[in-house]
Design a protein around this ligand. Structure first.
Ligand SMILES: [Zn+2]
Length: 345
């Protein structure tokens, strides 16, 4: 099969479009999927650079998001038939620990995620557990079905499960344009929240308004915490979605109303900001960290997408062999929504 692999860690020049051994069905609980699309995530870049602290077997295939057709189905798989169009839940655990036994595989110490410990979706075929294959929402293209899982599962867990976001609340989403931020905008608007977004690009702020954002703040031109407080009559916002970290972290805390919640799933601008702890207890703040979410949360996302008619925002499509150019777009922060690879066209 064709795949995009890297044989050593490094820059995008390490990505090679080449022939690779296709996966073989060796377990009766697994499925092999012929992929039609894969979507990019920042973790792909960290894994390629070798800075996640996680050992991967080389050569490695990146990609945690994908969609396609089940072409081989293990004898003990009951939820998928050969020929079904499926989207993928990317995580699986040991099956035996306290987390796996309570549908929280994504917290398992032996967590294996597509494109990280498992071979990923930048390929014509991928192997994964049958229980991780779910039907594509009606009317979704393969590209859309590949674009939503990681970011929507993560956003669902952060905003709905953890922050318990309610209609009418004020949400501040940092760094609009990234996959998590655009999904957060879509989910928050759909449930009736008031959404403020930030970016360094006026063009992205305009695009966000076209997707329903109520206000945009250019954080290069003004202090987003002060402006968020001004926009909320000095009260502050109920929830901040901060997957950026860095110097903005302190401002994220400053933007929150008393009793506010901050959710984080990334630190693209820096992982060790200075925090004034007093602000957290004085203001009764809660901070929720998460990565991914459970299969149950994935089922909730699928139901939400079916009922809301929301489609993930797709920034740009690239053929599989141009995965390097696609990753460059992500590395430069040029995207608004998901960057998607088309496979087998
Ligand atoms: Zn486990």
């Amino acid at each position: 099969m064709k795949a995009v692999r890297f044989h050593e860690h490094g820059g995008v020049d390490k990505l090679r479009y080449e022939d690779a051994e296709p996966p073989k069905l060796t377990s009766p609980t697994d499925v092999i999927v012929e992929l039609k699309a894969a979507a990019l995530n920042h973790i792909d870049i960290w894994t390629r650079r070798g800075i996640t602290g996680m050992e991967v077997e080389l050569p490695h295939i990146l990609g945690g998001d994908g969609a396609g057709i089940a072409v081989e189905v293990g004898a003990q798989v009951n939820n998928v038939k050969k020929g079904d169009a499926v989207c993928l839940y990317p995580a699986s655990g040991c099956g035996a620990c306290e987390f796996c036994l309570t549908d929280r595989d994504f917290m398992c110490i032996q967590l294996r995620v597509l494109g990280e410990r498992l071979k990923g979706t930048y390929a014509e075929y991928v192997k994964l557990p049958g229980q991780n294959c779910l039907p594509i929402p009606p009317g979704f293209s393969f590209e859309e079905a590949a674009a939503f899982p990681l970011v929507f599962i993560t956003v669902w867990r952060m905003l709905i499960t953890n922050a318990n976001l309610r209609p009418g609340e004020q949400v501040l989403v940092l760094g609009i344009g990234g996959g998590v931020a655009t999904a957060a905008l879509q989910v928050a608007k759909q449930i009736g929240a008031h959404v403020i977004v930030t970016s360094s690009s006026d063009e992205k702020l305009e695009m966000a308004k076209n997707w329903g954002a109520d206000h945009g703040i250019n954080y290069r031109k003004s202090d987003f915490a002060k402006e968020a407080r001004a926009l909320t009559g000095k009260r502050g916002v109920d929830v901040v979605v901060d997957c950026v970290g860095g110097e903005g972290w302190v401002k994220s805390l400053a933007a929150l109303a008393k009793g506010g919640r901050l959710v984080t799933c990334g630190a693209t601008a820096g992982a060790s900001p200075q925090t004034d702890i007093r602000r957290i207890f004085w203001n009764h703040l809660s901070i929720f960290g998460s990565t991914l979410g459970s299969r149950e949360e994935f089922r909730q996302v699928l139901s939400f997408l079916r009922n809301s008619q929301i489609r993930p925002i797709i920034d740009q499509l690239f053929p599989l062999k141009e995965a390097a150019a696609a990753q460059q777009r992500l590395e430069r922060g040029e995207q608004f929504g998901k960057v998607v690879l088309q496979i087998g066209e």
